[in-house]
Write a protein that binds this ligand. Structure first.
Ligand code: FES
Length: 146
């Protein structure tokens, strides 16, 4: 391999690695698992979990993820508006792959189905809406009724 070709190959490898790391960091910061507490069939999420103050500015999260021991999939909790939330099982209704949040939509990495942030199927091959959970709120918390 000539010197010029070697330098070009190394440069491309560096760029590729940098781009991959940036993409992975972006994914990690956008999929936030909220700190919750569970009592019986009630999951409590402090509303403050929708506020990200980890960097120098305050950012409102559109959604958080919740792990529930008895489920094999996380629950996605979306902030829809003033005091309004949706809670969705992130299990694709086509063949059961775990859905990936993508803005206000959920996308299936297996065959491409899409769902809204209220669980309504938008694109096939899935035909059924997502499993949803009732939510309620008070001044401090959001409650998911499982
Ligand atoms: S499992 Fe989700 S689209 Fe097939």
């Amino acid at each position: 391999m000539e010197r010029k070709e070697f330098i070009k190959t190394c440069g491309l490898a560096c760029l590729g690695t940098t781009a991959l790391m940036t993409m992975l960091q972006g994914c990690a910061s956008s999929n936030y698992f909220a700190k919750t507490s569970t009592s019986g069939k009630l999951i409590t999420i402090p509303k403050s979990e929708f506020t990200d103050t980890s960097k120098d500015k305050v950012i409102q999260r559109k959604f958080v993820l919740v792990r529930v021991e008895k489920f094999n999939y996380p629950i996605g909790v979306y902030h829809l508006g003033e005091g309004e939330y949706s809670a969705l099982m992130l299990q694709c209704t086509h063949k059961g792959c775990e859905l990936q949040p993508n803005g206000d939509f959920l996308v299936c990495p297996c065959h491409g189905s899409e769902f809204t942030n209220t669980g309504v199927v938008q694109n096939p091959p899935a035909e059924e809406n997502l499993q949803t959970f009732k939510t309620s709120t008070d001044n401090e918390n959001i409650y998911i009724h499982i």
